[in-house]
Design a protein around this ligand. Sequence first.
Ligand code: PLP
Length: 412
Amino acid sequence: MLQLDSHPTGRHFLQIPGPSPVPDRILRAISLPTIDHRGPEFGELGKKVLGGIQEVFRTRHPVVIYPASGTGAWEAALSNTMSPGDTVLMYETGHFATLWQKMALRLGLAPEFIGLPGTDDTGLPRSWRHGVQADLIERRLREDAGHRIKAVCVVHNETSTGVTSDIAAARRAIDAAKHPALLMVDSISGLASADYRHDEWGVDVTISGSQKGLMLPPGISFNALSPKAIEVSKTAKLPKAFWAWDEIVEMNASGYWPYTPNTNLLYGLSEALDMLLGEGLDQVFARHQRWAAGVRAAVQAWGLPVQCADASVYSPVLTGVITPQGVDADALRRSIHERFDLSLGTGLGKLKGRMFRMGHLGDSNDLTLIAMVAGVEMGLKLAGVKLAESGVAAAMDHFSHHASPTVLKKAA
Ligand code: PLP
């Protein structure tokens, strides 16, 4: 794309599970002139986005916005609430859960990493094909009579696998064990695409990022807080300065930040909030569920296994596809990129070379998703993979027989 001597026609198909395609409306908003971040106009913008983002997290409590990628917001969540040597119970759902656990180690915490043991008949780790098993969390917390575990950390939508987790069940597990640990949830790729309820599900810190369901470029990230998390942060001893919630929350009350915020991405956030809240969050979630079902219909027609082995936790954001033995998923992705200008997500960590990921989020619609399915189908055939049936036909069938919730709403 950056080669000066090439000029591909049409739009690149950015079908990785984030960064997601950014709507033109948001790109235009971001291109407006940067304003004084201490001036009167900015305070209005700040108040608007801070209020709107609470609605997206479904919380009445403060949401902190950082000029950082999601990794920064992970660090913020841990460093505001934990003290050196604290034990954190982290659940292994995939590559991102693993990276968060490595970060906890680097911060001087003592993570315990639990999950389903072993591999299944595909040779892939079972824990990377299923969501969080709340009973494992409950059992471990019941054993912890001395309450050494200070937090339970789970990923809501594991972007490396396309598996979601039942966050309300994780909360019930903590409550059933009568354990005081905080519940921290990474919904970096779930927020604004998959149903999420910070307050109702009793989450203490939710971490998210801009470049997935919020349809913005990468560059801002979030911590949604609970009153308990704020209380704990007052005595937590890990070093924190840039990430410290207290000064930010205090200045946010008037719509400002203690440092220079990411002004133009906040213009984009303001536009994204108008779009998402205007459509209605439940409508947004139904739209993603429908897209995901159409893409899965294609994968099932091809006769290839979906990475998520539990139909009750299929991700509405992305679908992971396991390639047949002997077909290198990365070589397949490269060829699809070269031939059809379509980017797919790579297999991360333990899944390298074994699967690819198809994103169905951001500025998409039925026809862009059918184009993605067509690009993958052509690539699979070129790689010599024998397909049971046409995935394109299955996706078209699905989308024509399941009316879009947005179209239905317009017609009503
Ligand atoms: N957690 C999840 C679930 C993610 O999908 C990602 C990025 O894709 C991250 C954490 C890390 O976020 P970032 O790459 O924005 O730092």
